[in-house]
Design a binder for this molecule. Sequence first.
Ligand code: SAH
Ligand code: SF4
Ligand code: F3S
Length: 471
Amino acid sequence: MGDRLQGYSLLMPVACSLLPVAFISQLDEYSMSKKVYIETYGCQMNVADSEVVVSILSKAGYEPTENINDAGLILINTCSIRDNAEQRIWGRLKAISHLKKQKNDLKIGIIGCMAERLKEKLIETDQLVDIVVGPDAYRELPLLVSEAEAGHKAVNVLLSREETYADISPVRMDKNGVSSFVSIMRGCNNMCAYCVVPYVRGAERSRNPESVLKEVKELFEMGYREVTLLGQNVDSYNWDNNSGNIGFPELLEKVAIIDPLLRVRFSTSHPKDISDELLYTIARNKNICKHIHLPAQSGSSRILKLMNREYTREWYMDRVNAIHTIIPECSLSTDMITGFCTETEEDHKESLSLMEWTGFDFAYMFKYSERPGTKAARKLKDNVSESVKSERLCEMISLQNRLSIKSKKSDIGMVFDVLIEGFSKRSFEFLSGRTSQNKVVVFPGGDFKKGEYVRVLIERCTSATLIGKCI
Ligand code: SAH
Ligand code: SF4
Ligand code: F3S
């Protein structure tokens, strides 16, 4: 559970992962040399949003730079999901404060979820911050930047019921050119008791399916071979128009039939909403990846009720059984929270036993972090001590390590179609890619190029990687 994950990692919510993705821009005809550098923290939605932000600013004459020292505008796209995510951003602001001293006209903007949560307070608390923009106000960025340049406080944190940025073609910031994120909806209506997302991202709204399909087709034509459709709860995607309505299974299939060479992933499914119809759609389309991220959060029905997750342990197990029956080769991953309000040792053991029973291939695990204003903060006591939260987290991580290794070992001797993403991190002689099940595979390179599919026989594994040879 590293703090920094790859921004374009396909391993589910990058909620825990804090990755600076850099950008700059060279100034347009109006200014001398304005460049924008953007760092992105938080989940995949933020990674996708930063691409929208760069697109909006490019139209206003900015170009992205990867060198923070060249930038006239630094934007930090922030996350509020846990207190440590926000602390990291405060730390980052401190670390870049020297740049402001060196360059009088440098402007610093906080955008995204923390901007939404703290609003003007950000400018009041930190003299470094000139611009504060919430996730639904990015179209206003060029105007707000000019206001800041004119010496005014520039804040827009209005949430919208309609904004989906459907018409904006994101400027792709990934480095590999193989896989990309496509936002299909924004916001969340689910009010899980611990979660800040509904407050900082607003109400759920779905994006016009035509604009989703257009974006995916463009990506495919640019050479991308994998898209991940993003939403906080993709199962509740719903687009109404005169000719009826389109739900998530239908949208997913429409994306899948764009081209058989395009792999399609999605994140995140909610256990209360994931339908058999969706599972059959995944099963019958070869290029819809056989991996589902289905965050359980807890294995105790009592805690799930307090979390307002709207399902029980038994319901979750029923959904896992349905997945195994309908898509036998499907891998499963989860998010888990330890030490939620009133969690007892017995509740914790139920989380562990659910993980063991399911045999997750991968998991993101977190200590509960109380977020101001959420239902849990208002109504429940954060009464599990920090040390108990940590102990339970450690126990959970070591269980998951065992499960992850077991999952990889079971692939030894099998052959998988692997989409090549580039060289392995360790050596240019090896290529790296993923299976449909989202497991990383490393194998000797040969003449293959990224974006191509190869069949790989798995010969051995480490705790994180499958190792094999092309056949
Ligand atoms: N929409 C997704 C999750 C988005 S947030 C879903 O419903 O699954 C990503 C993960 O962060 C959550 O699944 C949860 O495990 C974790 N998380 C959210 N709020 C948290 C909090 N207050 N403390 C600790 N972990 C939290
Ligand atoms: Fe948060 Fe729950 Fe919405 Fe996920 S579904 S974003 S955990 S409120
Ligand atoms: Fe994502 Fe963090 Fe916001 S998880 S939606 S960036 S609070």
